[in-house]
Design a binder for this molecule. Structure first.
Ligand code: SF4
Length: 496
């Protein structure tokens, strides 16, 4: 078999290769197969950069290596010069290269004894396993370059920090987790993985790996669309809740299609329902569905919230990533079939909670069932009741009227085109294809949060703000109208 020279590995390529060697292969040799970076993913990158910049303020007089990733050699050179200057206490984006592996370390901090602390900045609130590997590979390259590492760890967001509304307290906003012992213990493993991935990249052919659950962990792979283009419509991965062990058994039997599952294959009751529905192409309707959908008090409300949570808190008395509600939509169905729509969307960069609650309670009135989709809204109501004592009792009383439409569907109905999911994004097009989300500019909650933050950004032009506002109102209103229509559609099953 012919072989080729392995391309240099960066830290992110190394981590991609650990998730799946084929992902690394594609990144190196066939990057055009990747799907475009979504707005939500781009926003995650942007948050990472913002948090990274903020963290450097904890190291006054630190110096940034300005050369970008395409100028790695020059960046290594600049790093070396700064390391030799004893007056430089810390270096940001320090560059190193050894044994065909190149890295940029977020922060290296000089220690008096000539060693360095290695600090990786993360915008998350805890240490995930993938971060250990991230720091461990950096640790290895630094050691191989002759740098003595004193401490190595993660500087991450502390989600217990409460912003006072004046000045950010960076010492409290960030928290350092020392991982020196763990990353030292991982060095043999890292060396072995680097060797294996290098060899894989020198091979003439791509490794043969099929898409499965590993494609989503720790991150959804950018080659997912490409790798799943030939998977069957009713793929076994869509058996809601299937374990890794069971999936492994199906791979060993070469079963990919739910219709090919052997009769003896163990399934949960829900998976069994999915299989039966798919095999017979006939919807599942429990004998309790009608009662669940009609056990209501008019007027019926169909309610949805949108929230935003930023890594760096914006308003007084909020924590990092706290979900702050900024929009609600309420469709109200009267007994005579009249449908009204009420909505609220905060327009400015201010804490929206008081206004949100006052307008919401006004719209919900004193009576009537309130349909929600999942229990997310309940959690937000509880949080608001704690924060706004003047509304505490009223908010808690509304909880008594809540009914979760998603839970009713999960327990009492299934359609083959749900593809194992009970998310509105699957349920709606399966039941009402004309009402799907395809024509909306905003199609999911994360995107709505990002667009909201863009709308209240003073730098956004007025015309664009207006457009974003329109898109947000369309999106949230669509979700609640979807609930009205789904309930109506399901009730048609019981008309004689
Ligand atoms: S989609 Fe899955 S199988 Fe394909 S490259 Fe990515 S992780 Fe590997």
């Amino acid at each position: 078999m012919s072989s080729r020279t392995s391309p240099a590995l960066s830290k992110s390529r190394f981590l991609a290769g650990l998730q799946c060697p084929l992902r690394l292969w594609y990144q190196c040799y066939e990057p055009h197969l990747a799907c475009e970076v979504s707005a939500a993913k781009q926003a995650l990158f942007d948050t990472g950069h913002e948090v990274g910049r903020l963290a450097t303020r904890l190291y006054p007089d630190g110096i940034l290596i300005r050369e970008d990733h395409f100028q790695h050699e020059a960046a290594v050179c600049s790093t070396g010069k700064l390391m030799n200057d004893p007056h430089v206490p810390a270096i940001f984006e320090a560059a190193f290269f050894n044994d065909n592996v190149r890295i940029r370390a977020d922060i290296i901090e000089r220690v008096d004894d000539g060693s360095w602390n290695l600090v990786e900045v993360k915008s998350s609130t805890s240490v995930k396993h993938v971060y250990l590997t991230d720091v461990a590979v950096q640790y290895r390259v630094l050691q191989d370059c002759g740098v003595t590492v004193n401490r190595a760890g993660i500087l991450h967001i502390n989600n217990h920090y409460v912003y006072d509304g004046h000045e950010l307290n960076l010492e409290s906003l960030f928290s350092f987790s020392d991982l020196t012992d763990q990353v030292t213990a991982m060095q043999a493993e890292i060396a072995g993985a680097l060797k294996n991935l290098s060899e894989m990249l020198s091979a003439a052919r791509a490794p043969s790996i099929k898409a499965s659950r590993h494609c989503m962990r720790p991150y959804l792979c950018e080659f997912w669309d490409h790798c799943t283009r030939h998977t069957p419509e009713f793929w076994v991965l869509n058996l809601n809740g299937i374990t890794q062990e069971r999936l492994g058994e199906l791979v060993a039997m070469d079963v990919q299609d739910i219709r090919d599952l052997p009769d003896s294959f163990p399934l949960t009751p829900l998976q069994n329902r999915i299989r039966t529905t798919v095999v017979h192409q006939r919807e599942y309707i429990s004998d309790k569905l009608q009662a669940e959908l009609t056990d209501i008090i008019y007027p019926i409300h169909f309610l949805d919230f949108e929230t935003a949570g930023s890594a760096i808190p914006r308003y007084a008395d909020t924590r990092p990533y706290q979900s702050v509600p900024f929009q609600w939509s309420n469709h109200i169905l009267d007994e005579d079939g009249t449908l009204q729509h009420h909505e609220y969307l905060c327009n400015q960069d201010k804490d929206p909670r008081q206004e949100f609650v006052a307008s919401l309670l006004d719209s919900l009135g004193d009576g009537g069932t309130i349909f929600i989709y999942t229990t997310y809204e309940k959690g937000i109501i509880r949080q608001l009741a704690e924060y706004l004592p003047q509304y505490h009792d009223q908010l808690n009383e509304t909880l008594e009227r809540f009914k979760d439409l998603c839970d009713i569907i999960r327990r009492h109905y299934y359609h083959a085109k749900f593809y194992g999911s009970f998310s509105l994004k699957f349920v709606l097009p399966a039941l009402l294809p004309d009402l799907s989300y395809d024509n909306l500019i905003i199609q999911e909650g994360n995107h709505a949060s990002l667009e909201y933050l863009r709308m209240i950004d003073p730098a956004t032009a007025p015309a664009e703000k207006k457009e974003i506002r329109k898109n947000l109102l369309n999106y949230c209103g669509h979700d609640t109208l979807a609930m009205v229509k789904i309930r109506e559609e399901l009730l048609k099953r019981f008309r004689i």
